[in-house]
Write a protein that binds this ligand. Structure first.
Ligand SMILES: Cc1ncc(COP(=O)(O)O)c(C=O)c1O
Length: 391
């Protein structure tokens, strides 16, 4: 698998020797089942009847009036569990089942991937352990309770910044001594090969559906497709549907952190440099000695100093553009969007919406912009309340 899993110069699998057989095992399983008729039919049934696919494409008319162009929302927030994470968790969970694995582990930041994996663990009767930074355990504790209710064990990780990066470190460390019976259900389009390819595959229904819905409902493709980027799975899911449509601009929005400008230690693709993190060559927030910076972003799901290697490639090739918004802009749009549409966006997804507000006055009235609403904001209500108590 030497040259596999490369996106231009990015990707690869920079992992301890002991993990290579486990990654090869997953790659072999994926290649065997991804087009297997029984597997595809079972997954399709689960997507429809368990998760709630296809998700609607909704014309957000009042929000459109505010920004001055036409905004359509891909409603991944309506999926079971409240986010796009269930697409990947179902795909990899089913793969684990077909491969005869009995135990799942996963990392989580916002808790949405941890919750999705816990749901799938319950669904397939698999023992499930979720690694989560202690800072995230505190700020996303509604999801922690839900994971436990599904029967998962939540392991609070207290190394480093106690966030997603540290949860991945501990999950990988645990996996090195449990590869025989445990499937690492990786949550984003990052990490070592084959995860970026597998996660992208299971998130492609977002883009496939959105493209067809644009043609059916609007009669043409959009001018821009916008998604937030943490590790990059919801963004690559929706981008994948439009990547071959050269006239459709693809825009990824990262967390810029506190203050009025993007913080130096936030927004990996905007501020980072090329390095290796969690098994992949990609953009990384690091100092001149390669030490990883501590990130601080209001949304746990975007609080990560790395990014999926395909996004690094799309940035360098110019096919996608990456930008960042600040915590304050995110809180502003959370309020605006909720009040204009009656839909609570996840703080992660609010980053994509905040970018639209920044485009006010810059796009023609008839411009069409599709936003991936990757998740719902119920988990974030108390964080918003802390920052905007008058709301
Ligand atoms: C609702 C939501 N959106 C986006 C993300 C960011 O992840 P990704 O970039 O893999 O889509 C998360 C991560 O937890 C999330 O919960």
């Amino acid at each position: 698998m030497k040259h596999k899993g490369r996106f231009g110069n990015f990707g690869g699998f920079y992992v301890p020797e002991v993990l290579i057989p486990a990654l090869e095992d997953i790659e072999t399983g994926f290649d065997k089942y991804r087009n297997d008729r029984r597997f595809v039919e079972e997954l399709d049934d689960l997507y429809r009847n368990y998760a709630g696919r296809p998700t609607p494409l909704y014309h957000a008319r009042r929000f459109s009036e505010h920004v001055g162009f036409e905004v359509y929302i891909k409603r991944e927030d309506l999926l079971h569990g409240g986010a796009h994470k269930v697409n990947n968790a179902l795909g990899q969970g089913l793969l684990a089942k077909y491969m005869g694995k009995k135990k799942l582990i996963a990392e989580t930041g916002a808790g949405q991937h941890g919750l999705a994996t816990s749901m799938i663990g319950a669904l397939f009767g698999m023992e499930t352990k979720i690694f989560m930074g202690s800072v995230d355990v505190a700020r996303q504790n509604v999801n922690v309770h839900k994971m436990k209710l599904c029967g998962a064990e939540v392991i609070s990780v207290s190394g480093g910044t106690c966030t997603l990066k540290d949860a991945i470190n501990d999950a990988l460390r645990y996996w090195t001594s449990h590869i025989d019976d445990t499937f690492y259900l990786f949550g984003t389009a990052g990490g070592p090969h084959p995860f970026p390819t597998i996660v992208r595959h299971f998130q492609t229904p977002i883009g496939t559906e959105a493209r067809q819905q644009c043609l059916d409902q609007i009669g043409r493709l959009p001018d821009k497709v916008v998604a937030c980027v943490g590790g990059g799975s919801n963004a690559i899911g929706i981008f994948s549907g439009f990547i071959d449509d050269a006239d459709v601009e693809l825009i990824g929005v990262e967390g810029g952190g506190k203050g009025t400008e993007t913080h130096e230690h936030c927004a990996t693709l905007v501020k980072g440099s090329v390095g290796v993190l969690h098994g992949a060559q990609t953009y990384v927030l690091q100092d001149e000695n390669g030490q990883i910076h501590e990130t601080e972003c209001i949304s746990a799901g975007l609080d990560y100093p790395g990014v999926g290697p395909e996004h690094a490639y799309l940035k360098d090739s110019g096919r996608a553009v990456y930008t960042a918004v600040t915590d304050e802009q995110v809180l502003d749009v959370f309020e605006l969007f909720t009040r204009s549409e009656g839909i609570l966006p996840a703080l992660e997804s609010s980053h994509a919406l905040a970018y639209l507000v920044k485009q006010k006055g810059k796009l023609p009235k008839d411009a069409i912009v599709v936003v991936n609403l990757s998740g719902r904001g119920d988990k974030d209500v108390s964080i918003v309340e802390q920052h905007r108590p008058m709301l």
